[in-house]
Design a protein around this ligand. Structure first.
Ligand SMILES: Nc1ncnc2c1ncn2[C@@H]1O[C@H](COP(=O)(O)OP(=O)(O)OP(=O)(O)O)[C@@H](O)[C@H]1O
Length: 647
């Protein structure tokens, strides 16, 4: 039987969520989502939902290391809040309470109210509530009494603040709630402030843990606060390149030059491009010691911050460099780029990494040349005499990756060769193992790979003795691995092992050396086709100005296409695919189909028709579409496209 107050609440929620006026208040916006997006019905209050133990274990496993850091912060906060009747919840990014601190004396009331371990506070399940709405809005929020959507929660008061990981992905929510509270919403002001402050502290502790083997620059606008509060934190490597930025840094810092959003990112840039004083000033702060000296650093926006540098807390890889060491650039790396500043910087970093005993992670959009870079690193290194083994984790069917990578002994694997097989890891011993699309590696194999990297030996399927391997891994991904970690699809400890250094390949549209690439690729493709047709200035201008969603691979395909259809002497704009002509504002009459980039609205239809045209030959369809085979497989999986004989 519903009380009058609950019936009034239900009427109010329904009136607001069916009103024609657009909701501006975050609570009202959430009510609208509950009714229209999740199909929740306020007239049917539902009790709190607590997930099963096994499910809770899964949610906890995915953020295990973070839980340890968060627990310390929660215990400190609880000491301040317990006396006034509050309990604390830590949820993951799905809204499941993975940790809880409350008074045992009220255990049954708290459990019934959902203020308990395992409670599901996602908006879809629980309706408007501090945790769920905080996840959607990604900012701190109070949900007091009748702010809740569900009438069974209107006696509660809850205050939630989001927790972000070092790359800005949502990790979870810290929540401070009470069963009984004063009627006024204002009574929660301080509780929300405390939740926000402790969330920030937990986030910063997690940042320092995560980047424990890196240098960290802490900045504060008040010099007295630098040591106690890292308002802004940047993690950087021994080359002075930024490898991580906390929330404060992302909000407040911009590169000195670079206007567009894509150019505004901090990670991957040298510190010298963010502070007017340059990298030397930062190494000076590092050398002066953590407390002794603080130097003012000024930013693109003209703000002045005071800095302190924290050296790596575990196994420092290098001492503070006193002067940059000049390395000659190996030819294989040099020919990757012309005079593009981002590429030149990357080549400088790659040069310094060539013979360092660290694994390297390459980030870049599809077709930017990740494999080409991995191969150039290999060819430039002392491992060049041994094999470069490239494995595309997205292209090998899941059931085969394990045997392909780890190998198998005779008779151990149904469908395997009778003599057994040396796995790709073993084949790369002494050389380089290139793991492309590492984000697509199944979790269980990530665990095995981690073991191989840690123990430097591999155990083939069916074998009883491990085989030692001399491994260097270069892994690549076009996806944000930190996001995959937050979603529980990639192991954080494996990521940590793989990213001894991260190289960021710019997209072709950001590169200023397009003419260099055009000439290089034209020469290569021309040699293959036996032609030396040249570009007319107008055709070159079209190529130069195009946005290149498919990156270098697409440019290469377009040039191949143009060389094949041109008159043999010169390539004119008419020889270029229709898409480029349209982008350049030129009419394309009767122009054959263009290579297309992945990601369009009609992606599925386009892909299926290309596959049918090429009788399901993935390599041929990929070449026509200007995308790599891995992308074709990924898109087939995403759209559920199955070749006829496998349907
Ligand atoms: N610097 C370069 N010079 C010449 N050719 C290049 C360069 N970078 C890339 N290419 C060409 O572009 C194409 C795509 O390169 P690559 O396969 O290395 O990209 P990728 O980033 O690994 O792609 P994916 O994400 O799809 O695996 C290849 O044909 C390669 O030869």
């Amino acid at each position: 039987m519903l009380a009058q107050i609950q019936r009034d609440h239900i009427d109010h929620v329904l009136a607001v969520s069916h009103s024609d006026d657009a909701a501006t208040d975050p609570i009202h916006r959430s009510w609208v989502r509950c009714v229209h997006d999740y199909g929740l019905d306020p007239s049917r209050p539902t009790r709190a939902h607590i997930v099963e133990q096994a499910q809770l274990r899964e949610h906890k496993d995915q953020i295990e290391e973070f839980l340890g850091v968060a627990r310390t912060g929660m215990e400190q906060l609880y000491k301040r809040m317990a006396g006034i009747g509050y309990v604390l919840l830590l949820t993951d990014a799905h809204g499941i309470a993975v940790d809880f601190i409350g008074n045992d004396a009220w255990a049954s009331e708290l459990k019934q109210a959902g203020l308990y371990l395992g409670a599901d506070w996602s908006e879809e399940r629980a309706g408007t509530c501090a945790v769920g709405t905080c996840i959607v809005e990604q900012s701190p929020i109070t949900c007091h009494h009748t702010d809740h959507f569900d009438a069974s929660h209107i006696s509660l008061t809850c205050n939630s603040a989001p927790l972000f990981d070092p790359t800005g992905g949502l990790l979870g929510v810290l929540d401070v709630s009470a069963l009984i509270s004063p009627a006024s919403r204002d009574s929660q002001h301080l509780a929300l402030q405390l939740a926000t402050m402790y969330a920030q502290m937990v986030e910063d502790a997690n940042f320092l843990r995560y980047f424990r083997d890196r240098w960290v620059l802490r900045l504060n606008s008040a010099w007295t606060m630098v040591d106690v509060s890292g308002e802004i934190m940047l993690a950087f490597d021994a080359e002075g390149v930024i490898v991580g930025a906390n929330n404060g840094a992302r909000r407040n810092l911009r590169p000195l030059q670079g206007g567009t959003d894509a150019d505004a990112r901090l990670v991957g840039r040298p510190l010298g491009e963010v502070f007017r004083e340059g990298i030397d000033a930062i190494w000076r702060i590092a050398r002066a010691g953590f407390v002794a000296d603080r130097t003012a650093l000024s930013t693109a926006g003209g703000e002045v911050y005071y800095g302190a540098v924290l050296p790596p807390r575990v196994a420092p890889r290098t001492a503070v460099p006193h002067a940059p060491v000049e390395h000659p650039v190996p030819a294989a790396l040099k020919r990757l780029a012309g005079d593009d500043p981002q590429m030149q910087r990357l080549i400088g970093q790659a040069t310094r990494l060539v013979n360092r005993p660290v694994n390297i992670l390459i980030h870049g959009e599809t077709g930017t040349g990740k494999e080409v870079l991995a191969k150039a690193l290999h060819e430039s290194s002392s491992r060049a005499g041994a094999t470069f083994v490239a494995v595309n984790c997205a292209a090998i069917p899941e059931s085969l990756i394990e045997s392909e990578l780890f190998g198998y002994t005779p008779g151990s694997f149904t469908g395997g060769r009778s003599k057994g097989m040396r796995g790709l890891i073993q084949q790369s011993s002494g050389g380089t193992l290139f793991l492309d699309e590492i984000g697509d590696m199944p979790l269980q194999l990530q665990t095995r790979l981690l073991r191989v990297l840690a123990e430097r030996e591999v155990l083939p399927l069916g074998a009883d003795k491990p085989v030692p391997v001399d491994l260097r891994v270069v892994a690549a991904s076009h996806r944000d691995l930190r996001k995959l970690i937050a979603e529980g699809r990639f192991r954080e400890d494996l990521y940590y092992r793989l990213c001894g250094a991260i190289l960021y390949l710019p997209a072709l549209r950001q590169r200023r050396d397009r003419d260099y690439l055009i000439d290089q690729l034209l020469a290569v493709e021309g040699a293959e086709l036996g032609t030396n047709a040249a570009l007319t200035p107008s055709a070159r201008a079209v190529l130069h100005d195009y946005a290149w969603p498919g990156n270098v691979r697409q440019l290469r395909n377009v040039l191949r296409f143009a060389l094949a259809v041109c008159d043999g002497a010169s390539i004119t704009p008419d020889d270029l695919p229709a898409e480029l002509m349209a982008a350049a504002g030129l009419d394309a009459e009767e122009t054959p189909p263009a290579p297309v980039a992945a990601g369009g609205g009609s992606e599925a239809a386009q892909l299926e028709s290309a596959l049918r045209r090429h009788r399901w030959n993935v390599t041929a369809a990929a070449a026509e579409l200007g995308i790599c085979r891995a992308t074709v497989y990924r898109q087939m999986k995403r759209h559920g496209i199955v070749p006829p004989n496998q349907a």
